[in-house]
Design a protein around this ligand. Structure first.
Ligand code: DAT
Ligand code: MG
Length: 151
């Protein structure tokens, strides 16, 4: 089952959008596999955003993600990575499609509310970076057969 890391970033937490964002992922049919509310250390932020090191917005990105608590989650499902990126919308809120989280709640790329893994391999790597194995729950949901065709 494909997995993605999802972060409700500090702006989403401060704006009380955690429930809204979880509700949208739940309604999409995705299955929660792990969640923790946490303050991100600079070390974790730097490792998470390593691919952006050296870019002009990198320092601001690390400051933003460590500025207040985040809700870190692992979500799973068939095509979970593509489905979640679609639900989040484009990186820049003004380019995100109506109905997506970034469109519906955001204006600026530096306050775009969420993080979601960009490829299935990234999902595996990021979930392992943010969660210990014992923090992830492997479970069968009663409605799975109504959402996951292969179940
Ligand atoms: P995404 O979060 O959609 O995967 P990304 O991985 O390209 O986007 O970039 C990570 C974050 O960095 C993004 O959510 C917001 C910020 N960012 C990206 N490009 C930026 C830019 N040109 N100026 C300012 N912030 C940017
Ligand atoms: Mg990215």
């Amino acid at each position: 089952m494909e997995r993605s890391l999802v972060l409700v970033k500090p702006d989403g937490v401060q704006r009380a959008l955690v429930g809204e964002i979880i509700a949208r992922l739940e309604r999409r049919g995705l299955r929660l596999a792990g969640a923790k509310f946490m303050q991100v250390s600079t070390a974790l932020a730097e490792e998470h955003y390593a691919e952006h090191q050296g870019k002009p917005f990198y320092n601001g990105l690390v400051e933003y993600i460590t500025s207040a608590p985040v809700m870190a989650m692992a979500w799973e499902g068939p095509n979970a990575v593509a489905a979640i990126r679609q639900t989040m919308g484009a990186t820049r809120p003004t380019e995100a499609a109506p109905g997506t989280i970034r469109h519906d709640f955001g204006l600026e790329v530096g306050r775009n509310l969420t993080h979601a893994s960009d490829k299935p391999e990234t999902g595996e790597r990021e979930v392992a970076l943010w969660f210990k194995a014992e923090e992830l729950v492997s479970w069968n949901r009663d409605i799975d057969k109504w959402v996951f065709e292969g179940k």
